[in-house]
Write a protein that binds this ligand. Structure first.
Ligand SMILES: CC(C)(COP(=O)(O)OP(=O)(O)OC[C@H]1O[C@@H](n2cnc3c(N)ncnc32)[C@H](O)[C@@H]1OP(=O)(O)O)[C@@H](O)C(=O)NCCC(=O)NCCS
Length: 195
């Protein structure tokens, strides 16, 4: 995909990865710390540094229920997101997956990468047979709220004591979006019907 901002054409891409080169990992860690410093996108509140973040991402790529997606701007990794699938013991909720830890580094925002990344995660979740994608976000993340609501996510609840940031309790919004797999009955028909 090509985005044009200020007359400069940028290439945008998102891919699922299970390995990263040293250079890609360095870019990913830099993007992550930049997003943390700016104030969001991860559970961390303080920058972690390259070694700790690299350990985190290597771990993510090893966990069977997690998939890592990286966003690239002009070939450089500038953000990521994770798709979390229910554990094998959770058959009752096997049809739902979670999108978490989605962020784009401040220096790469406004090009449409987050939108592309969310759509890629949705496509992957649907391809894996999931019918619902869940996510939650702090009420203070207004850009992310605009992103997810613009992409058709339904807010179904607000947790009043969702997070604790610098001595302040922050509420969080919970969202879901219905996914339509290529085959099978439409997901909406599987929802409880009003009697
Ligand atoms: C939210 C975030 C991922 C958006 O990244 P981005 O690549 O700049 O977003 P995009 O360029 O793809 O924009 C997609 C939509 O997001 C919303 N958006 C993006 N920037 C915005 C801004 N500055 N003000 C308001 N809405 C904005 C818009 O709805 C936009 O759609 P539009 O272009 O049709 O108006 C990024 O700001 C970020 O990482 N924020 C901190 C982390 C976070 O909140 N993560 C989500 C919680 S898990």
């Amino acid at each position: 995909m090509v985005a044009r901002v200020s007359q400069v054409a940028h290439s945008l891409s998102v891919e699922r990865v299970d390995t990263l080169s040293d250079a890609e990992m360095a870019d990913l860690c830099e993007a992550t710390d930049a997003a943390i410093i700016e104030g969001g996108g991860f559970g961390w509140l303080a920058p972690q540094g390259r070694d700790a973040l690299a350990r985190h991402f290597r771990g993510v790529m090893l966990v069977p229920e997690r998939e890592l997606f990286v966003a690239r701007l002009d070939g450089h990794v500038v953000g990521s997101a994770q798709l979390v699938r229910p554990g094998r013991n959770n058959e009752a909720q096997a049809w739902a997956a979670q999108l978490t830890h989605a962020y784009i580094a401040p220096y790469a925002r406004g090009h449409g990468l987050a939108r592309l990344m969310v759509r890629r995660v949705e496509e992957r979740a649907a391809a894996l047979g999931h019918r619902v994608l869940n996510l939650d976000v702090r009420e203070t993340q207004t850009t992310a709220i605009a992103l997810f609501e613009g992409l058709g996510y339904t807010r179904w609840g607000t947790h009043p004591a969702y997070a604790r940031i610098e001595g302040r309790t922050v509420a969080g919004h919970h969202y879901f979006r219905v996914l339509e797999p290529a085959r099978g009955r439409p997901t909406e028909t599987l929802f409880p019907q009003d009697s």
